[in-house]
Design a protein. Sequence first.
Length: 419
Amino acid sequence: MDKKTKGSWLIHHTNKLQSVSTQQGYENTFVAGKAGILLSAISADKATTLSKVRVETLANAANINTAFELPRLLSLLKEHEFIDDTSSGITAVGITSAVVLQHTAAIFSELEPSPMELAAISLAEMASIAPSYATDAMEEISDTFELASADSTQLLYDANQIGFVDFENLDKDRSILFNGNLFRRDSAQKIKTVLDSMSPAEQQSLTEFTEALKRCACIDVDTAEKMLGKPLFQKTSSIGIFDVSIVSNNSSNTGFVTLPAAFSKYSNSMIDDAFDLAKAFLSSITYGISKSHHARGQIRMVDQLLSALVRGESIGPVAAIAQDYRILEMKGVVSVKMGEKKGRTGPMLTLLKKEIGELALQAIRQGDVSEHSLSSLPTAAITSYVGPEQNRFRARKTQLQTSPKATNDMLSALRTGGL
């Protein structure tokens, strides 16, 4: 497993560990993952100096406790020469998201992780390639990392309870393991295998919807449910065939759907989705296209706008910039500052992570991200963004409550489909 992939799993596992009351047994995973999340938030393409107040703000937004977690993480990043203290604040080296993941893996290795922690990463990677019977997977993992029987049993329990992988019980003696990254690689063959397990009507609906997503890049959830039918949409999204992201404002939550491997033509989709930055950026851009009216700065020439940002130019000033990109500010993707251009003064937007803009630009050029793609985004300022994995996990819990066997046919088909 290369360092970027390992770094992606560390971020994935850390996000899961944040939702449980204790990280016992996975402390090194948690520390390395948190360090990677912080480094992603404070770094840009070029070396950047941030005030301590801004560092604390970005840390808070990344769910990092500024009282006791932040000092340790900053010390760790400084020790590895990824940042430096200056009289004016913190200077972060210029790096891409992929390099952040490599650094995350390097930090993890130097923390001397336990065999259980290494096994947890390997198990997640195995479950993302193809669904596996739990007994087969654990036998292989236990042999590879020389885990005692008790440790193997504990890892399987932890993986299920924490969410490192998903479990689907086939019967009282057999369980299948998989996870939300299943359709980020070799997606065409896997979707074909799933189609073969469906009824002709379901096959037609899923094929038509997948083709529509390839054309449009993203589609709102209401439209997706109409095209697929709610039951089929729920069970396909719960195993990760589609990514569902939620954009929120003060009055409503609106979901939209993308393909997990939306950016795989241009790079490793799993790596680029580690921080959900590209899809968060795409959601904000589509919001500006479809719902922001002209007076506040409607996006009309999206290709030209993104091209300018990728070239390093600042855009604006328009009022919408101060509202529509708050989530991207909190994730360290863009910077918003007051500025002047062509005799006008107001909020100006600068792209800090060039590769994220490039991915969004490629997706928009490949598909048709227009007013037809997202017709029901909220009309007030975006205040939060919930990424695909968190939404898939929620859908998965709902699916288990309503119909425990609903996804068995699809997972069994993948398990036996020669993938």
